[in-house]
Design a protein around this ligand. Structure first.
Ligand code: 2PG
Ligand code: MG
Length: 423
């Protein structure tokens, strides 16, 4: 890339995320007068191997303050980045990594570093006179594509107060004609589900990602509700139409030693795979994420042997968007897909490297939000520009979730030539 970036200022402040906890927002100005912003998301069901957020501790906000991370941006990172001519995002990201000197950005805080890296990417796109997604496409040599949204409409696990052990039940309009229709299908099914949940369970509470969180405990109850809601919305449940995706987030119910507690029963690996096998038989599930815990490689091997090829097996906490872990998982045959979250690994350059690594290993990718989100729609552009054909950003409701879907629909409206759907 030939378009250089010069920052004239880099500031940060704490803002509230969608759960009401502080997160880091950064603002940068460029030498030609542009003002660019970015904000860091935050997970709840975080993987043990993720990059490290800097949190203040102490009584305020249950220890989740980000004053330290804000200081990281205002002082060492601003001193590093403001002034010099940057010609590559990789160089700026590498300079931040060197300054931090730990593997997971424990000194500066990954919540500071990722927001800065995101604003730098916006700066480079601005310098190139491109939309962010166009810059990603040029930067990575990818064919841009409008991804299939995976709407998380029923919440459990660490994201909800109910007894549902499995964390996310998503609907994916793979059969939509275009992105606008996909978003509309998701929204209609979500409304139908809301009505159903209110009828059957009284008031419908919400989980962290905007999905409903009725008092369910059995995975089948959740899937039956989804099937009925899809039908009520006048849509056809099916792997080629309105498909279902599940993120059990199995770290959350792994009791250790390969024993998993689901709906009050302790299951060994074979029994858990059997539960999944029966769900795949009875429901149009196209994707299963973190079916086993991050460090239970034996569980992943059993799952891959028994279910591989019948459903997309996605590694999230297993890989934490780390190219090294992705390569290792691919060599061991643990899964055929990777969840991509920039704040798990810390910088945008490393995120692009993770996507490249997955592709080299013929693994699919799904771009993902976090359960704690902000106004920032960065991941929509990331998905379109890198040509990753799947994205999950929560329910088609709540401002921080629809920010991403509305950005996708906006890109689609302005660029009707971009294809929609699974590649
Ligand atoms: C997940 C994510 C996002 P969290 O497990 O996939 O849905 O949850 O951000 O809480 O890690
Ligand atoms: Mg997950």
């Amino acid at each position: 890339m030939t378009n250089d970036l010069v920052l004239t200022s880099l500031r940060a402040r704490p803002i509230l995320d969608s759960r009401g906890f502080p997160t880091v927002e950064v603002a940068a100005t460029t030498d030609d007068g542009a003002l660019l912003r970015a904000a860091s998301p935050a997970g709840a069901s975080t993987g043990a191997h993720e990059a490290v957020e800097l949190r203040d501790g102490g009584p305020a906000f249950s220890g989740k303050g980000v004053e330290g991370a804000v200081r990281s941006v205002e002082s060492p990172l601003a001193e590093l980045l403001v002034g010099p001519v940057w010609s590559e995002l990789e160089d700026a990201d590498a300079a931040m990594a060197e300054l931090d000197s730990t593997r997971g950005y424990a000194n500066l805080g990954a919540n500071a570093v990722v927001a800065v890296s995101m604003v730098l990417a916006r700066g480079f796109a601005h310098a190139a006179g491109s939309e962010l997604w166009e810059w990603f496409a040029a930067r990575t040599g990818s064919t841009p594509l409008l991804p299939v949204p995976h709407f998380n409409v029923l919440n459990g696990g660490a994201h909800a107060a109910n007894d549902l052990d499995l964390q996310e039940f998503m609907i994916a309009p793979v059969g939509a004609r275009d992105e606008a229709e996909a978003v509309a299908m998701g929204a209609e099914a979500h409304h139908a589900l809301g009505a159903l949940v209110r009828e059957r369970y009284g008031t419908a509470g919400l989980g962290d990602e905007g999905g409903f969180a009725p008092a369910l405990s059995e995975p089948r109850e959740a899937l039956d509700l989804l099937m009925e809601a899809i039908g009520r919305a006048g849509l056809v449940p099916g792997r080629e139409e309105m498909a279902i995706a599940v993120d059990p987030a199995a770290n959350g119910f792994h009791r250790g030693g390969g024993i998993y507690r689901v709906a009050g029963r302790d299951l060994d690996r074979e029994e858990l795979v059997d539960v999944y096998r029966q769900l795949l038989r009875d429901y149009p599930i196209r994707s299963l994420e973190d079916g086993f815990a991050e460090d239970d490689l034996e569980g992943w091997r059993v799952q891959s042997r028994e279910l591989g090829g019948r459903v997309q097996l996605v590694g999230d906490d297993l890989y934490v968007t780390d190219p090294v872990r992705i390569r290792d998982g691919s060599a061991r045959g643990l899964s055929d897909a990777v969840l991509i979250k920039p704040n798990q690994i810390g910088t945008v350059s490393q995120t692009l490297a993770a996507i490249r690594t997955a592709r080299e290993a013929s693994m699919a990718c799904m771009i993902s939000h976090r359960s704690g989100e902000t106004w920032d729609d960065f991941i929509a552009d990331l998905a379109v520009g890198t040509g990753v054909d799947q994205i999950k950003a929560g329910a088609p409701a709540r401002g921080e979730r629809v920010a991403k879907y509305n950005r996708l629909a906006g890109i689609a409206l302005a660029h009707p030539e971009l294809p929609y759907g699974l590649s």
